[in-house]
Design a protein around this ligand. Structure first.
Ligand SMILES: *Cc1c(COP(=O)(O)O)cnc(C)c1O
Length: 365
């Protein structure tokens, strides 16, 4: 693949990259989001020039004026995707075009300029190839890519900014949740919502995460791993976790996930699992599900599995749910069969051990 005809990346190799021995030590047990590779992508946007200054250069601090719009009004969006080492040694991306198109949907909602999808995919590709030695070899390891864009204009008035920066950084990662925990426990937030009708819930913007931190901290304080949010209008319908979508599996083999009403983030993992499950002849529906029904169905045994999904944590079983009204256990409290099977299939496609029948894999060489 050649550089994008409309945009060429200037290449500035890192003058002093991390040496091989230190890098090997760092990626041996990378954790999540604490280790970063040598390089980054940077592209600027201005009203006069459009996208320009495309660079693949050293990862380094950025300088911002204290009046930069993003620091005041949070005009910022991001994406998260992973590069995987395939069974044949090649490096691949999983559905990067879907991230590119969601990035632009987020950009539209936050009144930001769109980045041509091929430039998005190319930027990620260039960074992965430059820093391919940062790919961890540990089980479940991958190179997590974080493309993001923010308003860099120096201006305190409230209106869409006229200057933006798009950056991509890479972080070698292991498992999101500490392995050993068979299933996560979640806390139902009563006092807080993540997103409201007409709000920014369907956009991947930093502000949504800022709003989820207090309820997430409340969940941790009460001894749970994650918070689950209900809808803002009725406080009744299950929406999603702070950063993962939810699926419910019933004893008759039916599987449902809440519909994309505008306050739920349209997960690419969610979409991929819907496709995989439908292909297996499972009866799958995007359908509202209430907290009361969830509790009742878990009690009666009608609901047998619940799992959360997203790029970072892939597929994670939910074992226990707690709220101000008490606690309930799902199935045996551990991972369910369908959850395990869907996870295996998805990971198999991502790692190249299962056939990619949907063109989800982009091999980078
Ligand atoms: C990113 C994200 C997800 C998961 O999306 P994937 O594309 O599957 O990684 C789910 N919910 C929220 C709020 C998110 O930000």
């Amino acid at each position: 693949m050649a550089d994008n005809p409309g945009i060429t990346f200037d290449r500035i190799p890192h003058p002093a990259p991390v040496d091989a021995a230190a890098r090997t030590a760092l990626i041996a047990s990378p954790g999540f989001g604490t280790v970063f590779s040598d390089h980054m992508i940077s592209i600027d946007w201005s009203e006069e020039k459009g996208w320009h200054n495309a660079t693949l250069g050293p990862r380094e601090p950025i300088t911002l004026d204290p009046a930069a719009a993003v620091l005041h009004y949070a005009q910022e969006i991001f994406e998260g995707l992973k590069a995987y080492k395939q069974a044949d040694g090649q490096i691949s991306l999983f559905r990067p075009d879907a991230n590119a198109s969601r990035f632009n949907a987020s950009a539209r909602r936050l009144a930001m300029p769109e980045l041509p999808e091929d430039i998005f995919v190319d930027s990620v590709r260039q960074l992965v190839l430059a820093d391919r030695d940062w790919m961890p070899e540990v089980e479940g390891g991958s190179l997590y890519l974080r493309p993001f864009m923010f308003a860099s204009e120096t201006f305190l008035g409230v209106r869409p900014a006229k200057q933006y920066k798009y950056l991509v950084i890479a972080s070698p990662v292991g498992n999101y949740f500490k392995s050993g925990a068979p299933a996560v426990s979640i806390w139902v937030s009563r006092d807080y919502t993540r997103a409201a009708p007409g709000g920014t819930g369907a956009a991947k913007c930093g502000g949504n995460y800022a709003a989820s931190l207090v309820p997430q901290a409340e969940a941790i304080e009460r001894g749970h791993d994650q918070v689950v949010f209900l809808d803002a209008a009725e406080h009744k319908w299950i929406e999603e976790l702070g950063g993962m979508n939810l699926f419910f599996v019933f004893d008759d083999g039916r599987m449902i996930t809440p519909p994309l009403t505008g306050s739920i983030l349209p997960g690419i993992t969610r979409n991929s699992l819907l496709t995989l499950a439908r292909e297996q002849g499972l009866s799958v529906a995007e359908e509202p599900y209430s907290i009361d029904q969830w509790r009742e169905d878990a009690g009666s045994g009608k609901l047998v599995e619940t799992f959360a999904c997203g790029t970072a944590a892939v597929v994670t079983p939910v074992g226990r749910v707690a709220s101000h009204d008490g606690e309930f256990v799902i199935g045996s409290g551990g991972p369910g069969q369908l959850t395990a099977r869907l996870k295996e299939q998805l990971v198999g496609i991502q790692r190249g051990t299962e056939e990619d029948r949907h063109g989800w894999i982009t091999k980078l060489g």
